[in-house]
Ligand binder design. Structure first.
Ligand SMILES: Cc1cc2nc3c(=O)[nH]c(=O)nc-3n(C[C@H](O)[C@H](O)[C@H](O)COP(=O)(O)OP(=O)(O)OC[C@H]3O[C@@H](n4cnc5c(N)ncnc54)[C@H](O)[C@@H]3O)c2cc1C
Length: 341
């Protein structure tokens, strides 16, 4: 049960790919975990409210980041709609999954032109990034208990053979708060990817089968509103039969703008890779700079900067890690322009 919970906490499908020593650098944020009543988007709206109108442009996908062009404006952003924006600096905050996909292609199809230097692309390749999804189901009754599940790997108990494989590493099926009709389960790795492919009917069937096998509770799987029949007779009070009336799931793995959920330090990588990911480009040495520019004195600093959860050594995989990394890069720019206080 503990290992299944850790799979969702870390996003590592196979826990043997998780570097336990490096993971010890991870720091828990002090205080209680909270759910934001109006949804997480209210935090974003609050942060964005201080910015001038029009500064944030949504639904504009960057297809390529051209850097080191040695012109007046060293960075050229190519958008998928064909438009172009010139910039002195860009702060790249796409997920590690998008970065991994973006460096896979060495030809013109990569996200960066020229491609990222080796120290950066090696760190991107080494770090772990997995898929975690949440499943919410609305059930027909309140007071549903918090179920904690754990299955025998050998599958030796015949009572449970009908429970689908993708439910068997889910640690809990539990109401989101007491007396709620909405139950939440977490899925990681292969099971999370499978969840994305399943139809709502398959999910309802799998969850209700799991509940009925484990608790003996009567469930109703079809959308028929008539009471269920047992041996041809109406079976008691229909109110006691559990139904799922709504299904909502995340699909982080299949979303091309995320390609997964969050990062972990995989075996073979270390906290140094998280730091390497945070380093701005081009890498400047004391004598001037490195890169393709002929005249080193004209190297533009901080062309491509990196923020996002995967760039935070101790708070990776979290929203506060992402937030702090944004402050770090904003402050780096302020310092560059000697505007820091
Ligand atoms: C199921 C689940 C539960 C979680 N629970 C918690 C929790 O309880 N507490 C917590 O702190 N964290 C939690 N997290 C983690 C948290 O959501 C992430 O760590 C955080 O969102 C990372 O923020 P980010 O800005 O680094 O990246 P992202 O949130 O991945 O944002 C990257 C942005 O880049 C955009 N993008 C990608 N490609 C392009 C492109 N080519 N052009 C333009 N834009 C692009 C994307 O649209 C996206 O808006 C959870 C995550 C999941 C999946």
């Amino acid at each position: 049960m503990f290992s299944n919970t850790q799979r969702t906490y870390t996003s590592a499908d196979d826990l043997s790919t998780l570097d336990y020593a490096a993971e010890s650098e991870y720091q828990m944020f002090p205080g209680e975990e909270i759910t934001i009543a109006k949804g997480y988007v209210s935090v974003i709206h609050h942060l964005a409210s201080v910015l001038p109108q029009g500064v944030i442009q949504l639904n504009r996908t960057v297809a390529k980041i051209e850097w080191e062009s040695c012109e007046e404006c060293p960075v050229k952003l190519h958008f998928s709609d064909g438009s172009v924006v010139f910039a002195d600096h860009v702060i790249v905050t796409v997920s590690l999954g998008v970065l991994k996909a973006g460096i896979e292609s060495d030809d013109d199809g990569g996200l960066f032109s020229p491609p990222l230097p080796e120290f950066k692309s090696d760190a991107i390749k080494r770090l772990g990034y997995g898929v975690v999804n949440k499943l919410f189901v609305e059930v027909s009754e309140r007071n549903f208990p918090s179920l904690q599940l754990v299955f025998d790997r050998e599958d030796s108990d015949s009572r449970f053979v009908k429970i689908p494989w993708w439910m068997r590493r889910t640690a809990t099926i539990a109401p989101i708060h007491s007396n709620s009709k909405f139950l939440l389960s977490w899925f990681a790795g292969k099971e999370a990817i499978e969840l994305e492919k399943l139809t709502d009917e398959e999910i309802i069937d799998g969850v209700l089968t799991t509940i009925s096998c484990l608790t003996g509770k009567q469930v109703k799987k079809d959308t028929d509103t008539k009471p269920p029949l047992v041996n041809g007779y109406v079976n008691g009070n229909d109110d006691e039969v559990l139904r799922i009336t709504k299904v909502l799931k995340s699909k982080w793995g299949g979303d091309p703008l995320f390609r997964g959920s969050y990062s972990y330090v995989a075996v073979g990588s270390s906290g140094d890779d998280l730091d390497a990911l945070a380093e701005p480009l081009p890498k400047i040495n004391k004598k001037g700079g490195e890169g393709n520019c002929h005249d080193q004195t004209k190297v533009h600093e901080l062309q491509v900067m990196f923020a996002g959860e995967a760039t935070h050594r101790t708070h990776y995989s979290t929203t506060h890690g992402a937030y702090y990394s944004g402050l770090r890069e904003a402050n780096r720019l302020l310092k560059h322009y000697k505007c820091d206080f």
